[in-house]
Design a binder for this molecule. Structure first.
Ligand code: PMP
Length: 365
């Protein structure tokens, strides 16, 4: 058919016209993946086995999430009605913002932080109020409290935070929730397993507190897209109105129970990462690279003006890292995911070689 020439074409909402497309830099990742804070190895072998046993017939059915929400709720000490499974935490953020953020509302964000909060907020009519962390990148508690207004509708806190690796304390989070009763406090616990501290036990007790968890990090299931949002029933019912009933597919649902049950694998992987983090931090210190203390499976380092060249040379050496220079207050800083000890020993070799090359390039200039 010949293309119809259009005098007028449909236009989306003004907010969408103003948005930028977001393309995570994923291309060509056949290398050591220290760029997206994923599990760098594998999921539990039990999950792999369940996946292998999925029948062709079962794929003909629409996925049923409620029975699995009961299981995950029990695992977290919550009722099924207090939990929603989502297509990764990204969908949890998206539906929460869609449900709550309207014209005149403010989303309060300590920055630098996870990119998707701002992206999903930009599709709503709300205003983003960013609270910049100081140079130490510690959680800007006092400044955040001071930025709360009557219009604050959501406060989103990644805990631990990315890319800084810093964490807010439980007492600080409780204080924030009580100082902004008109707002949802979203505590994004994507990196919970590496940190070990949670507010999940406060769900239902603090009326405006919600928390998110992902299966993309410690559990090693980023490709399946599985996350969850927990909150008091009174708030979850609004979220469920905008959540697609089938956004979590049946393969992801089938993998959740074996993933939760294999705590031996999870504990092993987390232990491996924490040991690797300590060793890699020592290697950074030895190399004289400034780093920020991390409570997660990554570490932010100061490279300076040569940050892009550093990331390029590391890639050439087979190690992918993430240049975070574009993040607020992060010029010259690069985030490196922590994998296993063996992987991080290779990464440390590549790091030292790359730093040597940069030093020589610097001298030549
Ligand atoms: N929250 C934070 C703080 C993250 O860093 C990430 C992933 N980079 C996510 C959420 C996204 O998790 P998911 O893969 O479950 O969408």
């Amino acid at each position: 058919m010949t293309k119809i020439a259009a005098a007028i074409i449909p236009t989306p909402r003004a907010r969408v016209q103003a948005m930028k497309e977001y393309h995570p830099p994923l291309g060509c990742r056949d290398a050591l993946r220290l760029d997206f804070n994923e599990n760098t190895l594998a999921c539990s072998p039990n999950v792999r086995e369940v996946l292998g046993r999925i029948s062709a017939g079962s794929l003909t059915r629409y996925p049923e999430r409620e029975p699995v929400e009961t299981i995950v709720g029990a695992h977290l000490g919550l009722a099924a009605a207090q939990v929603a499974l989502t297509n990764g935490v990204d969908e949890a953020i998206h539906v929460l913002f869609e449900a709550f953020l309207g014209e005149g509302d403010e989303l309060l964000l300590p920055v630098p932080t996870y990119t998707m909060y701002e992206i999903y907020a930009s599709a709503t009519d709300a205003r983003v109020v960013a609270v910049q962390a100081a140079d130490d990148l510690r959680f800007p508690f006092e400044r955040l409290l001071a930025a709360i207004t009557r219009r604050t509708k959501i406060i989103a806190i990644a805990n631990p935070n990315s890319p800084s690796g810093s964490a807010a304390t439980r007492a600080q989070l409780i204080e924030i929730a009580s100082r902004a009763p008109q707002a949802v406090l979203l505590v994004d616990e994507a990196y919970f397993h590496f940190h070990g501290e949670t507010v999940m036990d406060l769900i239902g007790f603090v009326p405006n507190l919600m928390a998110a968890r992902t299966f993309s990090k410690a559990y090693g299931l980023a490709g399946l897209r599985l996350g969850l949002l927990a909150g008091p029933v009174e708030l979850m019912r609004w979220v469920r109105r905008v959540l697609s009933p089938y956004s979590v597919n049946s393969l992801a649902l089938a993998c959740l129970t074996p993933a939760l049950e294999d705590s031996t694998y999870l504990d092993w992987y987390v232990g491996e990462v924490l040991a690797a983090r300590a060793e890699f931090e020592a290697a950074l210190d030895q190399a004289g690279v400034r780093r920020w203390p991390s409570r997660a499976n990554f570490v932010l380092v100061e490279i300076g003006a040569q940050h892009a060249e550093f990331a390029r040379l590391m890639r050439a050496a087979g190690v992918l890292v993430r240049d975070r220079s574009g993040d607020p207050g992060c010029d010259g800083r690069v985030r490196i995911t922590i994998g296993t000890r063996e992987q991080m020993q290779k990464a440390a070799v590549a790091l030292n070689e790359t730093l040597d090359v940069l030093k020589n390039e610097g001298r030549a200039q």
